[in-house]
Structure formats: C-alpha cells, structure tokens
Design a protein. Sequence first.
Length: 324
Amino acid sequence: MAEVAPGWAAAGVLLHVLHQVVRTRGWFNILRAAYPDVRDLRARDVTLAYLAGAGLNGVLPARGGDVVKLYLIRRRARGTRWSTLFGTFVPETLFETAVGVGLVAWALAMGFLPVPRGPGELPAVEVSLLIRHPLLSAAGAALAGVALVLAYRLVRRRGRALLHRVRLGLAILGRPRDFVRGVVAWQALGRLIRLGSLACLMAAFALPVTLATVVLVMAAQGGGRIIPIGPASAGLRIAMLSYGFVEVTGRAIDIARITAFSFGVGALLFVAGLAISLAILRYELGAVATRRLLGRIRARVRGPADGWLPGEPAASTPPARSAF
C-alpha cells in the first residue's frame, strides 16, 4: 500500500465515478418509460439519487442504499410508487448481470478458478441429522408449509394490484429497441469507462496492465459478488486473480500485491462513494434530515419499526393512499 501511485489512483476513482454517472442515464430512461407522464424528474435528479444510494450500500445493511435512491426519486416525482420504483431495478441490472455472468463463465473456462472435476471433489452434504431426528424434520416441514400458506394468502389478497404496479417498472422491456438504445448502450459505454478505471487502479498498485488482465480483474470483481459474504467474496476474488495472472501474463504475481490491490481499491472506492453520498444528502436534505433518514433506514432494514422518513407524513397521520 505504501507504493501506491496517487495520480493513477485518483484517475481510477474519477473514472469510476464517471462510469456510475453514465450508467444512471439508462436508469433515467427506465423511469421515464415507467412514468411517461411525470415530467418533473430530470436526469440530474436520477444521477444524484443513484450516487447517494450507491455510496451508502457499504454502510447500511441489506443494501439500504437502494432505499435511499428510491426515496430521493420519490421526493422529486411525487406520483411514483415504491413498488414500481423497485421494479425498475430489474431492467436496470439485467444487462450488467448478463455481462457479469459472461465474464465469470469466461474466467472459469480459462481455468482461472479451480472447479470440481469429479464426484470425489464435490462437497459432501450431511443429512444424517435429519434422519436421526424425524421430529426435527417434521417440525421444519410444518413451518415451511405454514409459511407457504401465509405467503399464498398474502399474494392472492394484494398480489394483483402490486403485480400491476411492479410491471410498470418493467415497461421498457416491452420495447426492445428503446431498451437497447436507452439502457444497454449507456451501460455498455459505462463498462468501457470502467475498464479504464480498473486499468488506472491496476497501474497505481503496480500490477501488469493489458486488456486481458483488466478484463480478468473485472471478471474477478463480478465473481466476488456471487457470494454476498464479505470474507468469502474477497477470498474468491483474490483466488481468481492469483490463478488468472499466471495464465494471462505467464508469471506469478506476489499475493501480497494482489491482496493490497483488492482491499486497497475497495477502500478507495468506499471512501470516495461515501463522501459523495453524504455530500449529496446534505445538499438535498440538510444535515439533520440526513441523520434522521439514515437512522430510519438502518432501523427498517434490520426490522420493523414505527416512525417516519423525512418528508413523509408522521405515523399518527393516516396516509391518504398506500405508497405501494
């Protein structure tokens, strides 16, 4: 970490932020397709909302930053519904998910990560506990059955209206040309900018920079998201880079340098994203409302709680209609 080149690191962070800004244009087009009559929502508002939420995903549990994104969107466009806005995440992540899966498949096909080749290499599943304790198995099956019945009743009661509103968020998928031109094109451009960002960050940490190595790093970052547990995903990412750099460059790279790059880049992007997020929230809401908003979101994603978010009716005031 002491040998990091600050100029390349700063260029990598700036390009990473630019990649996020470009990507948000696709989300703006998705929102416009879902709400064609809402004219008071600008592309600038969507960009600020995305950056504010993206920087908080590393702080708030259960991707609470996504709630911040939608909250800021609803402040600018009052006629929107939470369920429809959540539905817009599907087309917004569709292309990115496909590219990520393709990169991981490429890395596996190239042998950058060891995979089981025979039955003896597969992990064993221990089921003897359930066989020896039939009461435990019966209790688990009963709980699962009750949960399914309750879920079915809830969906039958409110599912049709909710499904209709969620489908509004998928409206752009019904127009493939608009989806390709308005979403995929912007996200593909963002991917290219992200390649430049990774190249700068790799140069900052003195890793070999070629097209193949940069694509390898992008694939490793996508593979780390397969396991949404911090230590496990970090280990998978480092393993892919350790195997991959040998195959791509023909020489081994010091594992300490790879580890420093993996954790150092994560720390740089986390600090930069959090600083941008807090600055946007203070600009949009003010310091007091920002602290109150973050506290309410943290409480809500951890469990049910009463109270209200800034800008919404208090709990004692019955809402005129459901936000969903």
